[in-house]
Design a protein around this ligand. Structure first.
Ligand code: ZN
Length: 349
């Protein structure tokens, strides 16, 4: 299971361990669930045409293709929470706070992990080999989670058993207004996303998708996140320090230790949540200033303020073999799905 599960395990760790005491403000099971679900909300919008732009915006693309950093939006959402609190609309304030903090946690995890993931996938993400880029991107995220989950055995389904009669999205109107969507659409996107992720466990759906990919009727990228496919690729992403090149600057990122880097995301998210709680409770300009300081104005894909996906460069020639012999693991009739020049570069491990 790919990065959604990683986002969830970050959320779970913060809620039940790192900030167990501080986050006891989320008393009801609905609020707790909203906080967990919120950690992958930035991705769920990508499954619907009507909401895809929200996911793109959060991950760094503005509507005119410009580079965006969602830190100002997050601050704005946080201001909304404080405003609701001041108006003594506590239920709404808490729900909006839970979802805003989830967005923060998602962003911190993406900022820490996307640069090295993009670097290993090794392809200019906006060029025409997009499909293969996606294939490797999701494969790496799935394998990262498998490494991480050894320490944190969680499953998406287990902690997001949503009781729709409680309607966890009903109290976040301010948030939905601000990002330009509705509770009907977020619920639709969430259900669709959940179904998609449940399918990843099914060997039957995997067999069907593989068949369609071989016939050219389904993009290959949709195969990499199936459990069966991840099992096929087990071990190609190794634990430990990865000296890959940053896809924007080309400098060696030797501080990357897989999967321990996720611990950094947990710590930085917890720090931001603590500062945000202070602002949420006090509502002072001082407390707000501390949040401004901590919510980094960085692009969620590149990890830089002024660079977007289009600034990334293929680092494959420096990074070769870092992803192991993924190509050799594929059955021969699936190897044909990748262009020959790509196989040469990445299959020599
Ligand atoms: Zn993301």
């Amino acid at each position: 299971m790919p990065l959604e599960n990683t986002h969830l395990s970050v959320a779970n760790e913060i809620l039940n361990t790192t900030l167990k005491k501080e986050l006891s403000i989320f008393e009801s099971p609905e609020l707790k669930q909203l906080f967990l679900v919120a950690h992958y909300v930035p991705d769920i919008f990508s499954v619907l045409n009507e909401t895809e732009y929200i996911s793109s915006y959060l991950h760094g693309f503005g509507s005119n293709g410009e580079i965006v950093n969602p830190n100002l939006l997050i601050l704005n959402l946080l201001d909304n929470c404080v405003e609701l609190r001041v108006k003594e609309k506590d239920g709404e304030a808490l729900a909006n706070f839970a979802i805003t903090m989830g967005i923060v946690g998602h962003g911190e995890t993406d900022i820490d992990n996307h640069p090295w993931i993009y670097s290993l996938e090794g392809i200019d993400p906006l060029k025409n080999d997009y499909e293969e880029s996606r294939y490797k991107h999701w494969l790496i995220e799935g394998l990262l989670h498998r490494l991480w989950v050894e320490m944190n055995p969680l499953y998406l389904n287990d902690i997001t058993k949503v009781d729709w009669s409680k309607n966890i999205f009903s109290n976040i109107g301010t948030f939905l207004n601000r990002i330009g969507t509705s509770s009907t659409l977020i619920e639709k996107a969430f259900k669709e996303h959940l179904t998609l992720f449940q399918d990843f466990k099914s060997d039957e759906v995997y067999a069907r998708f593989t068949d369609l990919a071989k016939k050219g009727e389904k993009p290959i990228c949709y195969l990499s996140t199936f459990d069966a496919h991840l099992t096929l690729m087990e071990g190609i992403l190794q634990k430990g320090v990865l000296e890959c090149r940053h896809p924007v600057t080309g400098t060696v990122m030797n501080e990357i230790a897989v999967p321990d880097i996720i611990k950094d995301s947990i710590l930085s998210t917890a720090e931001i949540i603590k500062a945000s709680l202070e602002y949420f409770n006090q509502g002072t300009s001082q407390a707000r200033a501390a949040c401004v300081e901590m919510i980094r104005p960085l692009n969620w894909s590149t990890g830089f303020e002024k660079y977007g996906l289009a600034d990334m460069k293929d680092q494959t020639k420096h990074n070769k073999n870092k992803l192991g012999n993924w190509y050799g693991r594929l059955p021969s009739d699936m190897q044909d799905l990748f262009p020959i020049e790509r196989r040469m570069i990445t299959s020599t491990a």
